[in-house]
Ligand binder design. Sequence first.
Ligand code: NAD
Length: 252
Amino acid sequence: IYDFKGQVALVTGAASGMGLATARMFAESGASVVLADLDGDLAAKEDERIVRNGGTAIGLACDVADEMQVAAMVDRAVAAYGRLDMAFNNAGIQVPPSDAAEEPIEHFERVAAVNQRGVWACMKHQLRVMRDQGSGAIVNCSSLGGLVGLPQRAAYHGTKHAVLGMTKSAGVEYAPRGIRINAVCPGTIDTPMVADMLKGQAAAMAEIMKQQPIGRLGRAEEVAAAVLWLCSPAASFVIGVGLPVDGGFTAH
Ligand code: NAD
């Protein structure tokens, strides 16, 4: 939808769901794309597909919970393409719903390591490149769970609120240096993560549909379109927001 020719985009969690849809949309818009995922083989398969379709991409393995791997991922991007203009810090995981009085510490540690520390580390290393360039746009992946709290989601929703806090803090810090940092807050999007969560749970699915003003789940491409808009010059005055892309869920 945009013309990103000559620009470089990095997407984490790029082998599935919203990350994959965004990486593809960046490629279709002319950007050179770095696809990073815990599953490096899947990311590499996708980069081959993009290249077959005339795009420019590399796929690599990276666990965003590990700062050393994040630093290496950013180095790889710069080594391959010489710059970094846009990043979608999307890699994230869910943990099973839990009573707040019973949630195991392992859930907290696992989800915080990926969703919170991962985004923190990605921003940190991306900003080192972007501040030297004096330009860049970063979009972090929060959630409707970064805007509201639903029962049994204390650990997961905590990380998504944290993503918005980091987005605002770094966003105001780096705005004067020509770098815009924002977040998307997806509602319930039809991705493998949600399919996994709702497998065989017709009642839970019916409950979610009841709460969707638009009457359907979101599509990964609808989130990708919002990410590309936030990265584009069309959003040049937008800093530190958590943009709901949720079919109206948080509006009621
Ligand atoms: P998904 O499970 O389809 O894809 C996530 C991808 O991230 C996978 O390819 C996975 O291998 C990768 N990943 C997981 N841990 C990683 C790690 N440590 N390092 C690098 N990559 C890792 O999920 P999705 O639904 O597309 O979700 C993407 C993001 O959107 C997540 O941050 C999620 O919390 C958030 N989100 C999803 C929904 C939804 O309804 N699907 C709603 C709100 C927010």
